[in-house]
Design a protein around this ligand. Structure first.
Ligand SMILES: Nc1nc2c(ncn2[C@@H]2O[C@H](COP(=O)(O)OP(=O)(O)OP(=O)(O)O)[C@@H](O)[C@H]2O)c(=O)[nH]1
Ligand SMILES: Nc1ncnc2c1ncn2[C@@H]1O[C@H](COP(=O)(O)OP(=O)(O)OP(=O)(O)O)[C@@H](O)[C@H]1O
Length: 267
């Protein structure tokens, strides 16, 4: 080790990780509180251990006095999402922030790694505020689905256990498992899209139903009792037969009747 005070060296990174975690967890809380869809499932973070920093510096040939710029993931957070589409929404949320600057991005989803690893990485420059002023810190934001995280966590622990000398057949099986996880993500996205479409369809239908019933109420208000009762009977029949075309037609007729009622004219 050189003459650095390593514990002091890690302080800004610890501060950056704590702040970044709070900010992205806060984003989830805020979206949920506004009843909006939150693309963030959960957030973790860590500061790289000194032994791991030194090992990486050696592996990447980074001189010890250039560690701050040569190693970009001393501060790192990880944002887990339910669906692949959410990853892109989170990436947008990172890009639009004014309190950090994107340095560059690595799309390991389109260009997955040889191991099968998938994730979206954004390296940001995040200024922390210290007693002697602002200090920029590099941080890595990894954005991935729950399935990608499941795979990466297990693969990481196996690599750790086998000291990065995994037997070839195990590597192959892990690669296949990564493909399977990716298929799972794809399938979940499709299912989700179908649910969203069905929901929109339902909202469209319930919009017509609400309109017909409101307009029938309007007819009662204008004392067009007989007309209103006839429409109500037709509505009941169409509703029972789940005849959406009939309901749409009826909606037009009721609307016209209501307009006539407002003007005080009869059919
Ligand atoms: N589990 C797992 N994680 C990976 C893999 N590849 C990359 N990562 C994660 O992504 C981080 C950044 O990886 P890279 O984008 O390759 O960056 P790098 O710092 O140039 O290279 P390395 O850290 O040596 O992989 C790593 O520190 C890991 O946390 C992989 O094959 N498996
Ligand atoms: N950006 C990150 N956010 C949260 N956790 C992370 C992040 N990067 C790595 N980790 C986790 O931190 C732990 C320690 O990993 P370590 O810092 O040694 O780095 P690594 O990502 O595995 O590898 P490398 O040394 O190649 O960068 C592992 O469990 C790893 O999954």
């Amino acid at each position: 080790m050189d003459g650095r005070d390593w514990n002091k060296f890690l302080l800004p990174y610890q501060q950056a990780v704590e702040e970044l975690k709070i900010k992205y967890k806060g984003l989830r809380t805020e979206l949920k509180a506004r009843d909006e869809y939150a693309p963030i499932e959960f957030v973790t973070g860590r500061v790289k251990k000194i032994s791991s920093i030194l090992e990486k510096a050696k592996r990447l040939n980074v001189p010890l006095d250039q560690i701050e710029t040569g190693i970009e993931d001393i501060a790192g957070i990880r944002i887990m999402c339910q669906f692949v589409e959410d990853i892109h929404r989170v990436a947008d949320l990172v890009r639009m922030r004014k309190d950090m600057k994107v340095v560059y991005e690595k799309d390991y989803i389109t260009h997955y790694k040889e191991s099968g690893y998938r994730s979206y990485h954004i390296i940001v420059e995040y200024p922390i505020q210290t007693s002697i002023g602002s200090m920029p810190v590099l941080a890595e934001i990894q954005i991935r689905t729950l399935a990608m995280n499941f795979w990466a966590t297990i693969e990481h622990s196996l690599n750790y256990k086998y000291k990065e000398k995994l037997p070839e057949d195990v590597k192959e099986r892990l690669f296949k498992a990564a493909e399977a996880a990716s298929k799972l993500d794809e399938e979940m996205s499709k299912i989700r899209q179908e649910i969203v479409d069905a929901q929109q369809d339902f909202e469209g239908k319930s919009g017509i139903v609400r309109k017909v019933l409101n307009d029938i109420q309007g007819l009662y208000f204008f004392r067009r009792v007989r007309e209103a009762a006839q429409f109500q009977l037709r509505f009941n029949e169409l509703w029972e037969q789940e005849d959406m075309w009939g309901l749409a037609e009826l909606s037009g007729e009721v609307q016209e009747a209501l307009q006539r009622a407002r003007k005080g004219t009869s059919e």
